[in-house]
Write a protein that binds this ligand. Structure first.
Ligand code: 13P
Length: 250
């Protein structure tokens, strides 16, 4: 049985003071969660959120990581730095990074390898654009994105990775994949992992759905057998809304 994992991706929102207030509001609301609860926060908030979450079941993630260990890379942050600041997880390859910041499957893979080597847990994002779905490329694309991202990891390392399936057309648009669409594509991702790493590894990997997931649709999505959690954008910015998603089974 895979343990569900619900993560809030705050994106470029919340100053440290706002972040502290949100986590303090969230703590009592999610304390009885049966799933893993993660907040993916701006790098400048990591230390504050880690301190505010102390003694709770809330885990802290960064939203990106550089692939080099150190050196002349102005503006970048290494996996060791993020870990030292208090991050346990890191999101890699979010579609916004692919779309606006030149992220490619190749650099996603480099970041995954660096993060895993440093002991950060990885949430790696894959997903198709609207025209790719319309043209029938979804399955091939998500399989390809997933396998490139994982290249170079051992079987045991792959088992620890969380994959987030986020159809780009469903992010921040209010459009949501149907429960069946999300389940089917996640099944394709799992089959691709099985094809390369075998069934035992594929069955261990947790695969989230992301894209306009919120209190009103979380139950239907989480009832699908292949969906092991969610990566939540907009609905993670308010404690009440995020707690309703986290407590989807209550
Ligand atoms: P929304 O939930 O705002 O659509 O964002 C999804 C997302 O990109 C999470 O990483």
């Amino acid at each position: 049985m895979r343990k569900a994992i619900i993560a809030g991706n705050w994106k470029m929102n919340k100053t440290p003071a706002e972040a502290k207030a949100l986590v303090e509001a969230l703590k009592p609301l999610v304390k009885d969660a049966t799933c893993d609860v993660v907040v993916c926060v701006p790098a400048v908030d990591i230390a504050t959120v880690k301190a505010a979450a102390e003694g709770s079941n809330i885990k802290v993630a960064a939203q990106n990581v550089h692939f080099m260990e150190s050196g002349a890379y102005t503006g970048e942050l290494s996996a060791e730095m993020l870990k030292a600041a208090g991050a346990e997880y890191v999101i890699i390859g979010h579609s916004e990074r692919r779309q606006y910041f030149g992220e490619t499957d190749f650099t996603v893979n480099k970041r995954v390898l660096a993060a895993v080597k440093a002991g950060l847990k990885v949430i790696v994002c894959v997903g198709e654009k609207k025209e790719e779905r319309v043209d029938g490329y979804t399955d091939a694309l998500v399989a390809y994105q997933t396998l490139i991202a994982l290249t170079g990891l051992t079987d045991d390392e792959v088992k620890q990775v969380v994959v987030a399936y986020e159809p780009v057309w469903a992010i921040g648009t209010g459009l949501v994949a149907t429960d069946e669409q999300a389940n089917e594509t996640i099944c394709v991702i799992r089959k691709a992992i099985e094809g390369r790493y075998g069934k035992e590894v594929a069955d261990a990997v947790r695969i989230q759905y992301g894209g306009s997931m919120k209190p009103s649709n979380v139950k239907g999505l989480m009832a699908q057998p292949e969906i092991d959690g969610g990566l939540i954008g907009g609905a993670s910015l308010k404690a009440e809304d995020f707690s309703l998603v986290v407590n989807y089974d209550k």
